[in-house]
Write a protein that binds this ligand. Structure first.
Ligand SMILES: *[C@@H]1O[C@H](CO)[C@@H](O)[C@H](O)[C@H]1NC(C)=O
Ligand SMILES: *[C@@H]1O[C@H](CO)[C@@H](O)[C@H](O)[C@H]1NC(C)=O
Ligand SMILES: *[C@@H]1O[C@H](CO)[C@@H](O)[C@H](O)[C@H]1NC(C)=O
Ligand SMILES: *[C@@H]1O[C@H](CO)[C@@H](O)[C@H](O)[C@H]1NC(C)=O
Ligand SMILES: *[C@@H]1O[C@H](CO)[C@@H](O)[C@H](O)[C@H]1NC(C)=O
Ligand SMILES: *[C@@H]1O[C@H](CO)[C@@H](O)[C@H](O)[C@H]1NC(C)=O
Ligand SMILES: *[C@@H]1O[C@H](CO)[C@@H](O)[C@H](O)[C@H]1NC(C)=O
Ligand SMILES: *[C@@H]1O[C@H](CO)[C@@H](O)[C@H](O)[C@H]1NC(C)=O
Ligand SMILES: *[C@@H]1O[C@H](CO)[C@@H](O)[C@H](O)[C@H]1NC(C)=O
Length: 765
């Protein structure tokens, strides 16, 4: 991929930059070293090595390196092998060792709630019903969070009244500096940090303490305690705050530092989390797509799947451009981001009484009433137009409101600071990126001076006004928190879109979940904007990104696991997907939810739809997958047996006879190829009954526009739990089917008893 593929999973403030790490000089004037990840055939270990670590060191020593200096991590559970810091000649000599199957370079991954439980219909946290009751609020489940660490003193992590830690959890409280073991409790049950690449690149304390805020935010979204106080961000989003699974346990694996998250550290974190015995892993981070053999999240997640651990990951923040997903492996649940029905509205009122609506989390006092202020926009000079730091130094904007242009994803609070330093009274950050959804504000910003972000649509009106008026005056009015705003949910512009460019026939994202303007816990010693000049402090902060939607699904998976301890990770994902909705909240309306520059809804944007937890608790039927199903899928996807061995850690043979195709993977979504000759394709799926008692499901095909779709049999009957049935779907395109568009349809199995099992059907050219 030649284009610079910058993935900023977190759209707010983390100023993590792309760095090539490991390029440090270990010895003066010697060639630079890099981190490599090495896959080893453990079946070749000679008996005289008592453990793999000693053996790995002996392999390393053959390359003329000092194994004790070079070795970064030993992987034992989800992956077989190690990572090490090596020169390229050492890496080459390692490549030729018989025990080494594969060696690839470390890369840097980037990091990518009060209202949401209500929005998800998970209502009564105090007297739980439904999924919350069935799961005992997630009490017997441990969620591993791989992120920037945690701020353990946040009220979200108190353990009052919690039961003892599940006895099968084997983690430790190894938080490093400034994180004594006494800070772990029955909520934060384990803490570790992985700093293989960190120690050489920055001068930060070696600690699991969260220096960035991201990890505290995601962990409290997953499993923050229910706080019956007036929790808010300076009055915004005030109310009861709770994580999705308030009694689930958190095991913290700090793998991200100021430079980002090194892939060898991430693999070490997953390896340890699975060894410690977590049930769910949450990863709000990712990088550019690589083949699964070179992608440590995909490798680690497969090992987690083998041990029955559910892995959810953020889909990425590179939307609305199609084909921009991260974390697309079929054994990962990839989560896109959508809005909820809460907004933080602020209006720009022009002196001709036109109102431009935007949003803001400005925390200071209002502008004087009955007064408007001169508007200025410096368009002659690019850095001044965008209010970049230092750009307004030479101009006098005293008493004025400054318009600053902005692309969709940049940090905006700093523009207000620049205006403030130049003496301005307010800032209008005007989104001017026509590639994003024109009406999408996307996220709200915690301005330090009266400030508002307006969507592209309103920017056009504002610029029209500026151009046509002699005297330009306006004011900004802050409307506070508003609930019940429609339409919601909508997929956020920034949420990465399919199709899945790596595995074309696997639907990604899998689902969407709340990821815009989410309130959650925050370290008490950090500013909410990430700016040094910002002296505000709060236990809560409001953030946006697929980094925020992923932990919602991790928490829901914890509840589902806790309510159904015998469900596999694949069954949990299936339950979330087949019960997801694609219309507005509570309305099945396929045409609108995922507006995308005027295009119709597309499963490429929403995945199977928005999660619907109470329905997922009672899905009726599920699509399960075994390790062998994935091996067959990998064979069909042109992975050879050596490559598959790297992933599954044992010898496999691709059977040419079975002729399994990529689209035959038993996924709860059908993506089917078609050709212009109208050739029919048949796909078989297997469903498993997860309800007791007998039931009969009938199939219904929705919107088969331009397609011939036949399902056989049309009725599936079950007498007992765990019974499986197969059905086949034959699809062909009618003559005249427009091959420049992918066709979207769906199949619903309904039991006449309120259970609908819906799978998307997409025909691709
Ligand atoms: C690292 O930080 C310590 C104290 O925080 C300081 O004494 C030391 O000089 C720093 N080293 C470098 C290389 O910046
Ligand atoms: C909570 O907020 C409400 C409304 O703003 C206020 O009336 C009440 O006193 C607050 N309660 C506490 C405990 O702060
Ligand atoms: C200010 O506005 C209010 C209505 O918004 C109006 O009643 C009042 O007369 C105005 N005051 C002045 C001084 O213009
Ligand atoms: C833009 O304006 C700033 C501040 O007045 C000045 O420093 C800079 O050189 C200008 N840049 C251009 C490209 O004119
Ligand atoms: C954007 O919003 C405006 C005002 O509500 C509406 O007239 C316009 O049709 C919308 N545009 C799109 C593409 O949805
Ligand atoms: C669904 O969307 C269509 C097209 O925008 C609209 O005509 C219809 O009223 C909507 N139905 C509901 C229930 O919102
Ligand atoms: C498998 O594929 C890899 C990567 O393309 C290649 O290096 C290797 O030689 C292949 N192995 C076999 C047995 O074909
Ligand atoms: C159904 O299968 C699960 C394993 O997937 C097993 O734990 C459970 O006991 C089975 N239930 C019955 C009633 O056989
Ligand atoms: C199930 O799906 C059918 C057909 O798609 C629909 O008519 C019905 O309202 C749905 N039922 C529920 C409970 O969602």
């Amino acid at each position: 991929m030649s284009q610079v593929y910058m993935i900023v999973f977190l759209t707010l403030f983390l100023s993590l930059f792309y760095t090539t790490i490991g390029e440090n000089n270990l010895h003066n004037n010697q060639e630079q070293t890099q981190a490599y990840i090495v896959s080893i055939r453990n079946d070749l270990k000679p008996l005289y090595f008592s453990n793999v670590e000693e053996w790995y060191k002996s392999i390393l020593s053959r390359t003329n390196s000092n194994p004790n200096d070079a070795l970064l991590h030993v992987y034992k559970t989800v992956f077989h092998g190690f990572s090490a810091r090596l020169r390229s000649d050492q890496a080459n000599s390692l490549r030729s060792q018989v025990e080494v199957i594969h060696i690839f370079r470390d890369v840097i991954y980037q990091l990518h709630t009060t209202r949401t439980p209500h929005f998800l219909d998970l209502n009564t946290y105090n007297s739980p019903l439904g999924l919350l009751k069935d799961s005992d609020l997630g009490s017997n489940v441990v969620v591993g969070v791989l992120d920037t660490g945690i701020w353990p003193e946040n009220p979200s992590f108190n353990d009052a009244g919690m039961d003892p830690v599940p006895s099968n959890f084997k983690g430790v409280c190894d938080g490093g500096e400034n994180f004594p073991p006494s800070l772990c409790n029955k909520k934060i049950v384990g803490v570790r940090y992985f700093a293989g690449m960190m120690s050489k690149t920055e001068n930060k304390s070696l600690s699991a303490r969260d220096d960035f805020g991201h990890g505290t935010h995601t962990a409290s979204t997953i499993a923050g305690r229910t706080l019956n106080q007036n929790v808010s961000f300076f009055g915004y989003a005030k109310g009861e705050a709770t994580g999705m699974a308030p009694k689930a346990r958190l095991a913290i694996y700090k793998v991200c530092w100021s430079f980002g998250c090194s892939s060898s550290d991430v693999l070490a974190g997953i390896d340890k989390a699975v060894e410690d015995g977590v049930d769910v892993i949450s990863l709000s981070l990712g990088g550019p797509l690589e083949r699964f053999t070179d992608d440590t999240i995909a490798l680690g997640a497969f090992g987690a799947f083998q041990k029955g651990v559910f892995v959810s990951a953020s889909a990425g923040n590179s939307g609305p451009i199609p084909g921009t997903l991260s974390n697309v492996a079929p054994w990962i649940t990839a989560v896109g981001a959508s809005t909820i029905d809460r907004t933080f509205r602020a209006d720009v009122i022009l002196d001709n009484e036109e109102v431009l609506s935007g949003s803001s989390l400005y925390t200071g006092g209002p502008l004087p009433k009955n007064k408007t202020f001169p508007l200025v926009h410096f368009t002659s000079n690019y850095s001044m137009e965008y209010c970049y730091p230092g750009s307004l130094g030479g101009v006098d904007v005293k008493g004025k409101i400054v318009i600053c242009s902005s692309p969709a994803l940049s940090s905006r609070v700093g523009r207000g600071v620049e205006v403030q330093l130049a003496g301005g009274v307010g800032v209008i950050v005007a989104l001017n990126d026509p590639t994003v959804d024109v009406n999408d504000t996307v996220k709200s910003d915690p301005y330090l001076i009266p400030g508002v972000t307006i969507p592209f649509f309103e920017t056009r009106r504002l610029l029209h006004y500026i151009k046509n008026k002699q005297v330009k005056q306006a004011t900004i009015v802050f409307r506070g928190t508003r609930y019940g705003e429609k339409p919601a949910p909508m997929v956020a512009s920034f949420s990465s879109r399919g199709p899945n460019t790596l595995s074309k026939y696997v639907l990604k994202p899998d689902v969407i979940a709340p990821g815009v303007d989410i309130l959650a816990g925050w370290p008490k010693n950090l500013s909410p904007s990430g700016l040094d000049i910002d002296h505000r402090r709060s236990d809560y902060n409001i953030m946006s990104g697929t980094s925020m939607s992923c932990p919602h699904v991790s928490g829901l998976a914890a509840l589902l696991k806790s309510a159904h301890m015998d469900w596999t990770p694949t069954m949990i994902r299936s339950a979330l997907m087949t019960t997801a909705y694609t219309g507005y909240h509570h309305e099945m309306n396929k045409t609108k939810t995922t507006r995308q520059n005027g295009h119709q809804l597309s499963y490429w944007v929403s995945g199977a739809g928005h999660v619907n937890p109470e329905k997922a608790n009672d899905p009726g039927l599920v699509f399960d997958l075994s390790e062998d199903d994935y091996v067959q899928f990998l064979c069909a996807s042109n992975y050879n047996s050596t490559e598959i061995q790297i992933i599954v850690k044992k010898p496999v043979k691709c059977d040419d006879e079975t002729k399994v195709k990529e689209w035959d993977l038993n996924y709860p979504a059908l993506i089917v190829p078609t050709n212009s000759k109208g050739k029919e394709i048949e796909i078989v799926r297997t469903v498993k009954n997860v309800e007791s008692g007998s039931s009969t499901y009938t199939a219904k095909v929705a919107h088969p526009k331009g397609l011939s779709v036949s399902v056989s049999p049309l009725e599936l009957s079950f007498k007992a739990i765990n019974e499986t049935r197969k059905f086949s779907v034959k699809v062909s395109a009618f003559k005249g089917f427009k091959h420049d568009e992918d066709a979207m349809s769906s199949i619903t199995w309904t039991d006449g008893n309120n259970r609908n099992v819906t799978i998307p059907l997409i025909v691709v050219v």
